[in-house]
Ligand binder design. Sequence first.
Ligand code: VGL
Ligand code: ZN
Length: 204
Amino acid sequence: MHPDTHALIVIDVQNDFCPGGALEVPQGDRVVPGINALMKEFGAVILTQDWHPAGHSSFASQHAGKEPFDTVEMPYGPQILWPDHCVQGSAGSAFHPDLQVVRADMIVRKGYNPKIDSYSAFFENDHETPTGLHGYLQERGLTTLTMAGLATDFCVKFSALDAAKLGYPVTVREDLCRGIDLDGSLEAARQEMREAGVTLSQGA
Ligand code: VGL
Ligand code: ZN
C-alpha cells in the first residue's frame, strides 16, 4: 500500500485504443488486469478519458487530402492527424469493459475543445490550457504520481512530462502501458521521459 499522498493516474484505457478499436494500440487490452490489481495499492485513483466532439480538428477526416498519421501545422504547433476516435458518448469512447471504473475517485475528460487536441492529463496541446487536474491533486494533497495506460508514446508521455514539469515525482509503469509506435516514437518517448526525470518501472 502506498502512502495516501500517492495517486494512480490511469490514462485512456478506452475501447478505441484497444484491439478492434478505431485507433487501436497493439495489445492495449493487456494492461487492464494489471491496472485493476494496481488500483488496490493506491488510496487515490484517477482515470483520464479521451473525449472528442464529432468532427474534432485532430481527425484526418476534417482535413482535405490528408490521411490518418499525416502531420499538419496547427496554431499551437505540429499535430498528428488521427482516425476518428473517442467521439463523446460512442462505444469506442467508453472505458474497456473490464476496467474497474468504480474504483475511480475522479475522471478527467480531455480533448473536448474542437480546435485543440489534448494528449496530456494536465494541459491541452497548446501546453497552457489546463484540464484542472493539477488543482485537484493539490487540493487533495496528492503529491506523488504513478501512471499507466495508453498510449505510452502519446498521452502517457505527455502526461508524465507535464507532471515532472509541475514538480511531481512521477513513475510510469511501462509493463502496464502499450504504445502506438509511429516512426520510432516509442523509444523516443522513453528517452524523453528519462531525461525529464520520470522513473520508468517494469513493475515490482
Ligand atoms: C491518444 C492519440 C490521439 C492517446 C489520444 O490516448 O495516447 N493518442 N488521442
Ligand atoms: Zn484523441
